[in-house]
Design a protein around this ligand. Structure first.
Ligand SMILES: Cc1ncc(COP(=O)(O)O)c(C=O)c1O
Length: 363
């Protein structure tokens, strides 16, 4: 007998652990295969990784793959630590910063009092809270869509901020982050810096001073390696030890041999990294000005994307019309930001394709 899809769902649910029924999984941006697609929906880097990273990955495709990788990513931790004058024991690496975040939520952010984060922020945070049973309170951004650190002066178990924020792209200065960390000496404050290399100020220099600060970064954006899956956290030993304990209760080998080799080479190629961050920043400023001329309000971005709304046309409609023209951008069906589009910065040619499509739509 053939079962309909809905029947399968009902049959399967009998076998689920109770928590699975209550989960609201994160929905990642689509990865469709469309001819001539201009893909500006998931904040990938249009220039890709350093050629040295590709060479290092190719070199390690050999019979050493029969052996497990070094379990802690030591070479990569050493390279990251050396750049920041830290000890490798103050760096934790994982399979994308999503995995590092997941371990952080489980290891450090579950307390009796709620975890605080902005109402408009990375939409994976409520998913992790659901998975690990963490109580949370969302703190509204102000009416200029900015994080106000005064709003976090309240009893809480921990705080997580994305800086620069996503999907808004706006950044808090380092002094504001330091005030927040200093005002909560008994809570862990996590700063998710996925986009920091495009114009934000990293909080890593504060790590030595504040035992409650954990900074998380990724190789997916500024190092063009979203497909390799590498993220890392920087903090003092007790915080890193907590992450190691969770990791070693979950998967001892989160970074395979290819990934470790590629990530070290990518980290060490500072010239490639800086050159392509600069190109993306220049394209962002150019795109911001052009969108302004088309009637968009564009929030000041320190990221590799802009968050923009049109004066008269809705976000869902614009995203759908762009899609018909093979240009993908991200739209969130969420109160307060329904009219916005989050547009990844592509090459100038890709940005021009977006602008041409918008001109057609807006006539
Ligand atoms: C704010 C933020 N943090 C973390 C991530 C996860 O990045 P990855 O798992 O690719 O390192 C993303 C991805 O888009 C993000 O936007």
């Amino acid at each position: 007998m053939l079962l309909k899809r809905e029947d399968c769902k009902i049959t399967m649910s009998r076998f689920w652990s109770p928590i699975v029924q209550s989960l609201t999984p994160y929905v990642a941006g689509e990865q469709p295969v469309i001819d001539g697609l201009v893909k500006l929906n998931t904040n990938e880097n249009p220039y890709g990784p350093s050629p040295h990273a590709l060479a290092a990955i190719s070199e390690i495709v050999n019979d050493t793959l029969r052996l497990y990788p070094e379990p802690t990513g030591l070479k990569l931790r050493k390279a990251i630590a050396a750049s920041h004058d830290l000890d490798p024991g103050e760096v934790f690496v994982g399979n994308g910063s999503d995995e590092v975040l997941a371990h952080t939520f489980q290891a450090l952010l579950k307390h009796e009092l709620p975890l605080l984060y902005p109402d408009i922020s990375y939409s994976f945070y409520p998913t992790y809270c659901g998975l690990y049973g963490i109580t949370f309170r969302e703190i509204p951004l102000d009416d200029k869509m900015q994080v106000r650190i005064e709003d976090y002066r309240q009893p809480c178990g921990a705080i997580i901020l994305t800086n620069p924020n996503a999907p808004t792209g706006t950044a808090l200065p380092l002094a504001a982050i330091e005030t927040l960390v200093a005002e909560h000496p008994n809570q862990v404050v996590v700063i998710d810096e996925a986009y920091v290399d495009f114009g934000g100020e990293s909080a890593i220099p504060l790590v030595r001073k504040y035992p409650n600060l954990l900074v998380i970064q990724t190789f997916s954006k500024s190092r063009g390696l979203a497909g390799l899956r590498v993220g890392f956290a920087v903090g003092q030993r007790p915080l890193i030890d907590a992450l190691e304990r969770v990791k070693d209760s979950f998967n001892s080998y989160p970074l395979d041999r290819l990934t470790q080799a590629g990530a070290v080479a990518a980290w060490e190629d500072r010239d490639w990294f800086q050159k392509h961050c600069d190109l993306i920043i220049a394209s962002r400023e150019r795109l911001t000005a052009a969108l302004g001329e088309l009637g968009f309000e564009v929030l000041t971005s320190s990221a590799n994307f802009v968050f923009a709304r049109h004066a008269t046309r809705g976000g869902a409609e614009l995203a759908a019309e762009l899609r018909k023209r093979a240009v993908l951008v991200r739209h969130f069906r969420k109160a307060r930001i329904e009219d916005f589009l989050r547009i990844t910065i592509g090459t100038d040619a890709e940005c021009d394709r977006l602008l041409d499509a918008l001109k057609q739509i807006l006539v």
